[in-house]
Design a protein. Structure first.
Length: 325
């Protein structure tokens, strides 16, 4: 039976996050010929509606309110529950981001619904939707399905492919009138740490450094390689603890969990905590002086050598390849 699926399209700095398009793709699969409705929430978000149609949304709802300029669980929670009451969907999908991880449980509690978090795969078994999600820090996987009530899940970035971009697609945009009651939390200002380049959680390529970079300056050759590849720079907890870089770059069980197409680990030993955050990367390249380093156990390709010699050589070779391609 065709389903009606509501997808939360998350925006940051007035730009839609890629995982929003991936969630729409997942929604099309769940809908099985039904309707996928994307909802975008914020202040002045009218310019964000067209890309949602281009990536497969059948209908778009925009919710604009100055109280929703910055995310708060209270404000977004009030807005989204009113949208759910209006649409009455069979399923709700959200990105598994810091916002999605905060908002989805709140919504599940309000709706008295089950929640499957961090889904990396979707299958249909008759009328049932079966989600695959990692457990035990990615060492195993389990399949989950919600047998009663509304289906609610969060989708991990870089795991479910979005539909092919079709700029000829269009549709009707509905502006929903919602009421935001007095907020218990008001965000006056958002001060972001100065980070440049690609968003780590959605990056297709990541160049990461560990204690082996030895200093803050040791990240410079990694940044050069990352800039060349259009990649994000990440780090192990050891590098962050040593003040070589900011904790916003930390990848691991207590940092960000990433699943890029290519992960280049430089001077990272491969502690269990770090592996939990990146072991599901599609291709892993490890560079380490220690041939017994644990990182080689999960690597597809390993280079035993000094990263300060190997990384510049890789950068030179990539430059040659990219110039001839």
């Amino acid at each position: 039976m065709a389903k009606k699926v509501l997808v939360f399209a998350e925006a940051r700095d007035n730009e839609l996050r890629n995982v929003s398009f991936e969630a729409i793709g997942a929604g099309k699969e769940i809908a099985a010929g039904g309707e996928v409705i994307a909802v975008v929430v914020g202040e002045n978000v009218g310019s964000l509606t067209d890309p949602l149609f281009h990536y497969g949304a059948d209908r778009v709802i925009k919710v604009e309110d100055e109280k929703l300029k910055n995310y708060t669980s209270d404000g977004y929670g009030q807005a989204f529950i009113q949208i759910v009451d209006s649409v009455d969907p069979d399923a709700i999908l959200m990105p598994h981001t810091s916002i999605g991880k905060d908002l989805a449980p709140r919504l599940a509690s309000k709706l008295d619904a089950g929640l499957v978090s961090d889904a990396i795969g979707i299958e249909l078994e008759g009328e049932d939707v079966v989600f695959t999600r990692p457990i035990y820090s990615g060492k195993a996987f389990e399949k989950k399905k919600i047998k009663e009530g509304i289906i609610l899940a969060t989708i991990r970035p870089n795991n479910i492919a979005p539909l092919e971009l079709d700029e000829s697609r269009s549709g009707e945009v509905f502006e929903e009138s919602i009421k935001i009651k007095d907020l218990r939390t008001i965000v006056k200002e958002v001060v972001r740490k100065s980070t440049s380049g690609v968003d780590l959680s959605e990056a297709k390529v990541i160049v990461a450094g560990g204690r082996g970079v030895k200093s803050e300056e040791g990240f410079e050759p990694l940044q050069e390689l990352a800039d060349l590849l259009g990649a994000a720079v990440g780090a192990s907890r050891g590098a962050c603890d040593a003040d070589y870089c900011d904790y916003s770059l930390q990848i691991g069980q207590t940092g960000k969990v990433v699943t890029p197409d290519l992960y280049i680990a430089c001077g990272i030993s491969g502690a269990i905590q770090h592996l939990a955050g990146m072991s599901n990367s599609k291709v892993i390249v490890a560079i380490n002086k220690d041939p017994e380093a644990s990182i080689f156990s999960v690597a597809d390709y390993g280079i035993v050598g000094d990263l300060f010699e190997v990384v510049p050589l890789l950068t030179q070779e990539f430059k040659k390849v990219l110039q001839t391609s």
